[in-house]
Ligand binder design. Structure first.
Ligand SMILES: Cc1cc2nc3c(=O)[nH]c(=O)nc-3n(C[C@H](O)[C@H](O)[C@H](O)COP(=O)(O)O)c2cc1C
Length: 132
């Protein structure tokens, strides 16, 4: 838990990729988020830029899990990148090397990652000032 909190403190931003469990985020992810917010008064998530995406086999591609996650993260004071990145998982989505095989999905996600990198860069001076 201490290592997790230290890694969060050093991170310029947080990218969470989630599956969907019963139309919500998996219990293990919620547990990690809760630990990051404790002890009271030492919430490691506050002010962190964040980007959410995820995939699931259903047609809505983890949309409800992400909506749930968005609500939790906003409540903890994170600064979320706008937009929606829902990906329906199909067996050929990822190739044998772990890369995204579908070109349009790859471009769709790369655009989000570029926007997120831009957000993190813009907010880095603010984050450093509040950590000092
Ligand atoms: C308890 C549980 C609940 C799930 N609920 C959903 C769901 O609400 N929507 C969905 O699209 N997939 C759901 N899934 C499927 C997962 O998103 C995932 O595709 C599947 O578990 C395969 O991934 P895994 O091998 O990492 O478990 C669920 C899976 C589990 C184990």
């Amino acid at each position: 838990m201490v290592r997790f909190k230290n890694e969060l403190a050093r991170a310029d931003g947080v990218l969470i990729v989630t599956p969907e469990h019963d139309r919500a985020i998996p219990a293990a992810l919620k547990n990690a988020i809760d630990w990051g917010a404790r002890p009271w008064g030492k919430n490691s998530w506050t002010g962190k830029p964040a980007f959410i995406t995820g995939t699931s086999p259903g047609a809505i591609g983890s949309a409800l899990a992400q909506q749930h996650l968005r609500s939790v993260m906003t409540g903890l004071g994170m600064i979320l990148l706008g937009g929606e990145a829902y990906v329906t998982f199909k067996p050929d989505l990822i190739d044998q090397h772990g890369n995204i095989a579908d070109e349009s999905t790859g471009k769709f996600l790369a655009d989000f990652v570029n926007r997120f990198a831009h957000l993190v860069t813009r907010l880095a001076p603010v984050a450093q000032a509040s950590a000092a």
